[in-house]
Write a protein that binds this ligand. Structure first.
Ligand SMILES: NC(=O)c1ccc[n+]([C@@H]2O[C@H](COP(=O)([O-])OP(=O)(O)OC[C@H]3O[C@@H](n4cnc5c(N)ncnc54)[C@H](O)[C@@H]3O)[C@@H](O)[C@H]2O)c1
Length: 360
């Protein structure tokens, strides 16, 4: 139920691919949102995006933008290392924040960001939008409707044959990205599985990460605004494959696998195994359900609606409806974002120490 409708002024920090193609169009399609300013250290890029989208104010310093424009919503979509400081600046300037994923480079940083949001009475959420795909929403309805019974095991896997983004740019530079596929596809993959498992509390995590193919200049993909060509002055010191095994307080387990590049087929799937039913949930076009009926094995392909609404659009719509006071709007909650950050942090620590991490 919407309790408030006002015009929200939104400003963007970062004028790269995700802002141009997802954030700006999805905010601008909403009747009560006005995109008022954009900031990027690359002024030419900020001006070009502003001109293409009708945004009138352009900045190269986000603090200056926050001080001048006083936006009520800020989208942080810069290289990962800047997320924490820019989110804190925006929250302390009185804005609600949609921070791109990963929320932070570490769990303590994520906690500090959520604490600042709370102190300021602002909403801080994160851009893990895949839960809003049709397939995921239908799968969640089956979860809530009891189709699976108790979900005791899940597998989340997303593997690209060849899909390292922004090779040689910030994406593959540890000082700017903090990590590779774990922070990129990994946080999406984790949110999908945890969402369907109703976000149980993790108790132990065993993880391993590798950066084998990128280091050889193999497995390159296209995303990112500052891509260097192979053979140029390339830095690649992040992970391109991460696997983990996570146990939860409710006894359930999750097998987690992501790869930007691997000598194997493209795969994108979340598998749920429950006491009454199971499922494979793909991205846009796939849910397969498995159960036993009258003693017989029954497999069902769930038809999906042919909607034109994408998952990013739904994330943005829900965020604004939430700010409008609509209690039925769904966002990635602070609690969920922190569980996710805790697991990612533990995967990194386990990979470094080659030991299981026990969480308090
Ligand atoms: N949710 C998703 O599905 C999704 C998809 C892609 C990217 N992302 C996330 O969005 C963020 C940006 O990714 P991208 O693909 O747009 O990258 P990009 O390389 O296309 O753009 C990043 C932009 O940030 C600018 N920038 C760098 N430092 C800055 C600073 N200190 N202040 C202001 N601007 C700065 C760069 O000049 C560049 O224009 C990353 O955190 C990434 O993980 C999320």
């Amino acid at each position: 139920m919407t309790t408030q409708s006002k015009t929200w002024h939104v400003a963007f920090i970062g004028a790269g691919g995700i802002v141009r193609h997802a954030h700006i169009p999805n905010f601008q399609r909403l009747p009560n949102v006005e995109a008022v300013a954009i900031c990027d250290v690359n002024e030419a890029r900020a001006k070009e995006v502003a001109q293409a989208t009708g945004i009138t104010k352009v900045y190269t310093d986000h603090k200056q933008m926050l001080a001048d424009v006083k936006p009520e919503i800020v989208v942080v979509a810069t290289p990962n290392v800047f997320h924490k400081a820019q989110t804190l600046d925006a929250l302390n300037a009185g804005a609600h924040v949609l921070c791109e994923k990963p929320l932070a480079l570490s769990y303590p940083d994520a906690e500090a960001m959520m604490a600042t949001a709370k102190q300021n009475g602002k909403t801080l959420t994160v851009g893990t939008h895949y839960r809003w795909s049709d397939a995921m929403q239908i799968a969640k309805a089956h979860v809530d409707g009891g189709f699976f019974g108790e979900i005791y095991a899940a597998r989340a896997f997303w593997q690209r044959r060849s899909g390292i983004p922004g090779y040689g740019s910030w994406f593959t530079n540890k000082d700017l990205a903090g990590g590779g596929v774990l922070f990129d596809l990994g946080v999406h993959n984790l949110d999908r599985a945890l969402y369907l498992m109703n976000y149980p509390q993790p108790v132990t995590v065993t993880g391993a990460t590798f950066g084998k193919l990128g280091a050889q200049g193999q497995g390159l993909g296209g995303w990112g605004s500052d891509i260097l060509k192979p053979g140029a002055n390339v830095r690649f010191d992040v992970d391109d494959l991460a696997w983990a095994f996570i146990r939860f307080a409710n006894g359930a387990v999750l097998q987690f696998e992501v790869a930007w590049a691997a000598h194997g087929p493209d795969q994108f799937d979340t598998e749920l195994l429950g006491t009454k039913g199971g499922a494979h949930v793909g991205n846009l076009d796939k849910i397969e359900l498995y159960t036993t009926l009258n003693g017989q094995k029954v497999d069902v392909k769930n038809d999906l609606p042919k909607t034109q609404t994408n998952s990013y659009q739904r994330l943005v719509e829900n965020f604004v409806r939430h700010l409008d006071g609509d209690t039925s709007a769904e966002i990635v909650t602070p609690e969920q974002a922190l569980v996710s950050a805790k697991i990612v942090d533990a995967i990194q620590r386990s990979a470094q120490t080659q030991r299981e991490v026990v969480l308090a």
